[in-house]
Write a protein that binds this ligand. Structure first.
Ligand code: LLP
Length: 436
């Protein structure tokens, strides 16, 4: 039976993930455990890719691997004909080891190191999204040294504020990312790169925020960027091949979230750019986007074993899981909201509202502040939904807790894609104080 778009339950009242009883996964792999519904990831990816195809525009859908990166995920993105956005040497290395086609990798970051850029150039990746003047100079030096040219996008800050949590807004003027579109910086960056033989300027990029539930931000950003592009066309005779509008498409964490179908965002973006191009009598640029959360967010969940409890009379009933901020720091960091159910008793009557705490030595280590559940017994397990994005990728070894394993499930078949860390892994890079 289906309890939501993404979650089903079997006759034993157990949660199932893409046809697999979650209790079997717990028995096989232990907890905490990240589990992904691969069919859902494919569905999300296809909806983006197919919508562009239907609308008949040239496009690239680049999966933002910062949301969740591992070798298997890069391979899945490649299977689904996505491009890949990486933001560090580590993400790039993972993609290359996964055999991801280099020409479909885009490299972001506001402080790429020389060695990261060298790795990207040597791997002949599709493009580098240049963020600042420092990077332009660094790339010039490297291209001279390596006797090569790089394709670039210029990251611009279009001064559009996305309606979302303030910590994830990146497109407003006071931002550490990109060249400001209107104070002359973006134009200066264009002048520095356009006629330089080391650079092939493919176009511009902007990313205005994350977890957005409306399309207005994209429309506004597209308009502002287009106006500036038309100015530049007059001034320099240059019009870009590519317009990349970034990611940020919202997903459902709890019932309060009402995301639009991803096809709606794509349709609005494409129609806007088409009409702007038509009005200005220019060719429609290739449209690139970079969804992260909307590809993997609600396709992932975390399974925990429930443990200790503490009652604070007249205030709260704490219930602890065997993980916490080490595997999901989003509640502590952004006051993110999650929901969940007992894996082994999904439809039992809810009787108690619990505050779900982690096991780290930190009061802020909470996952959910008020989750109604059946009264919990020994050997109950909790599933926290929509943890597929920015949980594994932001995981840490705080308190020297090993990071959980990651399992992919597709049509009833499970596959371990990241091993659980061991205590040996925890001390792998430690050296003795007095090495003999
Ligand atoms: N492109 C760029 C340039 C970005 O900076 C981001 C996210 C994305 C694409 C993907 O955005 P998405 O579609 O996943 O929203 N740690 C935060 C989210 C930070 C997002 C950073 N940039 C969180 O846990 O909510």
């Amino acid at each position: 039976m289906k309890i939501s778009e993404t979650v089903t339950v079997n006759e034993q009242n157990h949660l199932t993930i893409d046809g697999k009883d979650a209790m079997n996964l717990i028995k096989k792999y232990g907890t905490p455990l990240y589990v992904y519904n691969v069919s859902l990831i494919r569905e999300r990816a296809r909806l983006f890719v197919d919508t562009f195809r239907k609308l008949g525009v040239k496009a690239q859908v680049a999966y933002a691997s910062k949301a969740f990166s591992c070798i298997a995920m890069c391979q899945l993105a490649a299977e689904e004909k996505m491009s890949l956005d990486v933001v560090s040497g580590g993400e790039l290395f993972t993609a290359l080891r996964a055999g991801f086609p280099a020409d479909r990798i885009h490299f972001h970051g506001n402080n790429k190191s020389e060695s990261e850029l060298r790795m990207a150039i040597n791997a002949k990746i599709g493009c580098i999204v240049v963020d600042n003047f420092y990077e332009i100079e660094c790339l010039k030096r490297l291209c001279g040294e390596l006797d090569t040219q790089v394709s670039i996008l210029l990251r611009v800050a279009p001064g559009v504020e996305a309606h979302t949590h303030e910590y994830v807004v990146t497109g407003q003027e006071d931002s550490k990312f990109g060249f400001d579109l209107f104070n002359g910086q973006a134009e200066e960056a264009l002048m520095k790169t356009l006629d330089d033989t080391f650079f092939n300027v493919l176009g511009v990029h902007s990313h205005i925020g994350s977890q957005m539930f409306e399309t207005e931000g994209f429309v506004l950003a597209a308009e502002k960027i287009f106006n500036q592009l038309l100015n530049w066309k007059k001034k320099f005779g240059y019009f870009p091949e590519v317009l990349n509008l970034g990611g940020g498409f919202g997903i459902r964490y709890t019932d309060e979230d009402r995301p639009l179908p991803v096809s709606d965002y794509v349709e609005v973006i494409v129609e806007k750019i088409k009409s702007l191009a038509y009005e200005a009598r220019v060719d429609i640029p290739e449209i690139w986007i970079e969804p992260g959360r909307s590809i993997v967010g609600d396709a992932g969940m975390t399974l925990y074993k429930l443990g200790s409890q503490k009652t604070v009379p007249n205030t709260r009933q704490y219930l602890t899981v065997d993980g916490g901020m080490g595997d999901n720091i989003r509640t502590a960091l952004y006051d993110a909201k999650y929901t969940g159910v007992l894996v082994n008793r999904v439809y039992d009557q809810n009787e108690t509202t619990y505050a779900i705490a982690g096991k780290c030595c930190e009061s802020g280590d909470m996952l959910i502040w008020d989750l109604p559940l059946p009264t919990v017994k020994e050997d109950d397990y909790l599933a926290v939904f929509s943890t597929g994005a920015y949980c594994y990728s932001m995981a840490s070894n705080y308190n020297r807790l090993p990071r959980p394993a990651v399992v992919f499930v597709e049509n009833g078949e499970d596959k371990l894609v990241v091993k659980r860390e061991s205590y040996e892994d925890i001390i792998l890079n430690d050296l003795q104080l007095n090495e003999i």
